[in-house]
Design a protein around this ligand. Structure first.
Ligand SMILES: Cc1cc2nc3c(=O)[nH]c(=O)nc-3n(C[C@H](O)[C@H](O)[C@H](O)COP(=O)(O)OP(=O)(O)OC[C@H]3O[C@@H](n4cnc5c(N)ncnc54)[C@H](O)[C@@H]3O)c2cc1C
Length: 295
């Protein structure tokens, strides 16, 4: 079965963009191919006129930092993220989420950019990027810019970016300050079904023995990845304690929108797990920030 006519491996963002323009909607960006090619094989899709493989573009396949931010190229694989000292130091939640995607063969080729561009409500890498309040660098309708990650999601599997015309170059998020910590956990059925029953990523900054700012993402929660804003507001400024965390978990149970999926779990079970995962990740992030939650 023929899946594409021509295959390009551009060496720069400019070269990739020029190819997108040249094919005027007939070419498709590919990274690891673990979503795109699996789907193309399963459908009666006409071969793509051209695939533009972005995994040889140095700017898109590196992880670096400056004084303020950590930058991760859209073509960086999950395996590279899991091993990165920068990610481990500043965003261990992201290493934890990328570390559970598929198996080693998938993680060795699948990329963070592909996870986000696919725009599923519960892509594991995406969930942690939301909690990290990440921004995405894109070429959208011919213009290069940074935008909030949330702006990329339009519905389940629907991205703002058109992968026959636009490009997701990479991501950035703030370095972790003193007194801050992150964590990710998920509940998963045995492999074979990609995407979790439920997952949760949190970013916590402490102000002495109280929560300062908190960011949390439970996924799936509605059609697009989203922050648990009411829960974040409840926690901000409150003492770090079991009682406060219990109130946050109770609010999460009321707030999350989770449907029953015949492949994953009932909505009732998922609501229970929202409580469990939020509690666990808050405990873990607080401990990493330097404060064990008092019993
Ligand atoms: C067996 C298996 C298990 C899996 N398990 C999980 C799991 O546990 N959790 C999970 O979240 N996912 C899982 N996945 C899904 C998949 O591996 C991830 O979403 C992965 O991150 C996709 O990245 P990729 O590089 O392979 O994307 P590709 O398949 O190359 O691309 C995906 C889509 O994004 C577009 N695209 C890719 N890169 C860019 C870019 N830089 N700019 C613009 N558009 C782009 C492509 O055109 C395509 O539409 C699994 C997949 C398989 C096959």
């Amino acid at each position: 079965m023929k899946l594409w006519e021509k295959y390009f491996t551009p060496a720069s963002v400019d070269e990739a963009t020029a190819l997108l323009v040249q094919f005027a909607g007939g070419a498709r960006i590919v990274a690891g191919g673990t979503d795109l090619l699996v789907e193309a094989k399963a459908s009666e899709h006409e071969p793509f006129q051209a695939l533009i493989d972005i995994t040889r573009i140095p700017e898109m396949t590196s992880i670096r930092a400056d004084d303020a931010y950590v930058y991760i190229g859209g073509g960086v694989t999950h395996t590279e993220i899991v091993k990165s000292p920068l990610v481990l130091a500043h965003a261990i939640c992201l290493a934890e989420s990328c570390g559970v995607i598929g198996g080693p063969q998938v993680r060795n080729v699948a990329t963070l950019g592909g996870n986000v561009a696919h725009a599923l409500p519960a892509g594991d890498g995406t969930t942690s990027l939301v909690a990290l309040d990440a921004e995405a660098e894109v070429i959208f309708q011919g213009t290069r810019s940074w935008m909030p990650l949330a702006a990329l999601f339009r519905g389940p599997g629907v991205s703002l970016l058109n992968p026959t015309r636009d490009l997701l170059i990479g991501f950035r998020f703030h370095k972790l300050g003193a007194g801050a910590g992150t964590a990710f956990e998920r509940i998963m059925r045995p492999q074979g079904v990609a995407l979790p029953v439920l997952s949760c990523a949190v970013w916590v900054s402490l102000d002495g023995a109280a929560f300062g700012e908190v960011r949390a993402c439970i996924a799936p929660n509605g059609p697009v990845p989203t922050r648990l804003t009411p829960v974040e507001k409840l926690l901000a400024g409150q003492p770090v304690s079991e009682d406060v965390i219990a109130s946050a978990c109770a609010l999460a149970r009321e707030t999350v929108t989770v449907r029953t999926s015949k492949y994953r779990a009932t909505s009732e079970y998922r609501v229970e797990m929202a409580d469990v995962l939020l509690r666990r990740t808050l405990h873990q992030a607080c401990a990493r920030a330097g404060l064990a939650v008092p019993a």
